[in-house]
Design a protein around this ligand. Structure first.
Ligand code: HEM
Length: 370
């Protein structure tokens, strides 16, 4: 098959460790992406409806969600970088080939993320200045979903070495896209529907802040709970579609692997619990921090289960095309790995400290007038 020849540089850490770190950081990246997508949906909903009804509380609910979007975007980007590094190290021969073929679309992600970032700042400013945030919010949502599309296209094309030669013969300019693969849309929709789940969980979490009014709290709880429950059901549907759209041989290979079976069950069990928790909080408009945190934790576990299963789809697909990720030469550099893990723990400590500082800080103004 058409994979470029083996990289002469051996891998600097055990493959299992890289895969573990890749899966953990990708689950975090997905969680951040999904909160971003869901928050944008809720901002548009509350801002559009709130202005229409003349409800200052509902517009304030949109502001509470919107003013956290720039920070969320930082998490999306920073949590995307580690899995990108592991992806290149473990699957470089596949991902570099697909990225070159759709080079223009792939590189456009950088500019689209910058545009998205700018729009998010404009969105916050618009709501703060009593203007409508609906148009800007919808545009930012479309761009965010478009970026996700490009990722799904590249992550699918990297698994299709059989079309690379033909695509390269067709154009060497990197101007083409990748269309017609039945697995791309289901996997993209899976993450986008996860946006409903995580956006809802995020709204439920924010509804527990002490300095918002009861009116804002109720809007966040009702919409957050309903969105989580709806998203959970839709995500299960998308997950079934992702699996059924895979070639028969890939499905059989995954089905015979205990790790992927367990991760599939983990996803299903935790997404159901998450949806039920959301439905409960939304229907009763009651929530508290333990409930909201439990929802976010079960939501994260569902993302982790899905990420491991997704890794299985990739490995089983590539294996059938002659690329065995476990067969690469490894020459572990333990002093560097040790230093990396030490810095990782220090970073977690700093994050915790920053969160504590934030907790003690004076509460920001969340209420906006019409
Ligand atoms: C608004 C911005 C972003 C959105 C909406 C987004 C969305 C997505 C989606 C939907 C996927 C899954 C694709 C699939 O498998 O079908 C994905 C994967 C990925 N994203 Fe993001 N992403 C964003 C920004 C970024 C950034 C800035 C980075 C890196 C700096 C990044 C790194 C990655 C990596 C490395 C993967 C795949 C990892 C793997 O397969 O091992 N993403 N992203």
């Amino acid at each position: 098959m058409s994979f470029p020849s083996v990289d002469p540089i051996p891998l600097p850490a055990p493959i299992w460790l890289m895969k573990l770190l890749s899966d953990v950081t990708l689950a975090l990246h997905f969680s951040a992406v999904m909160i971003l997508v869901g928050s944008l949906i809720l901002v548009c909903w509350h801002n559009g409806l709130g202005r229409n009804r003349g409800s200052a509380d509902q517009v304030s609910a949109s502001f509470t969600l919107a003013r956290r979007l720039p920070v969320l975007m930082t998490f999306v980007i920073n949590l995307g970088i580690p899995p990108l590094l592991f992806l290149q190290t473990l699957y470089g021969r596949a991902i570099y080939s697909s990225s070159v073929l759709i080079a223009v679309m792939w590189i456009s992600v950088i500019f689209l993320v910058m545009l998205d970032y700018w729009l998010i700042y404009r969105l916050v400013a618009a709501i703060e200045n009593k203007k409508s945030g609906l148009g800007i919010g919808l545009l930012a949502l479309c761009i965010t979903m478009g970026i996700g599309q490009i990722y799904s296209k590249n992550m699918t094309l990297m698994l299709r070495p059989e079309v690379w030669q033909q695509m390269y013969t067709h154009s060497t300019m990197g101007l083409q896209g990748y269309h017609g693969d039945p697995t791309t849309t289901p996997r993209w929709l899976f993450v986008m529907c996860g946006g409903l789940v995580f956006g809802g969980l995020w709204a439920l979490m924010l509804s527990n802040m002490g300095h918002i009014t009861d009116g804002v709290r109720t809007h966040l709880r009702k919409s957050g709970g309903a969105l989580t429950a709806l998203g959970g059901v839709l995500q299960i549907g998308c997950a079934l579609r992702v699996v059924s759209s895979q070639p028969e041989a890939v499905r059989t290979a995954i089905g015979s692997h205990a790790l992927y079976t367990i991760s599939g069950i983990l996803f299903l069990a935790t997404i159901l619990v998450t949806a039920l928790l959301g439905a409960f909080q939304g229907a009763k408009a009651v929530s508290n921090i333990p409930l909201a945190v439990t929802g976010l934790l079960t939501g994260f576990l569902s993302a982790a289960g899905a990420v491991i299963y997704r890794d299985g789809i990739r490995d089983m697909t590539l294996l059938q095309k002659g690329y065995d990720v476990w067969q690469q030469t490894e020459s572990s550099n333990w002093s560097v790995i040790g230093l990396f893990l030490l810095l990782f723990v220090i970073m977690l400590g700093i994050l915790f400290w920053l969160l504590m500082v934030m907790k003690k800080a004076t509460a920001p103004v969340e209420q906006v007038t019409l």
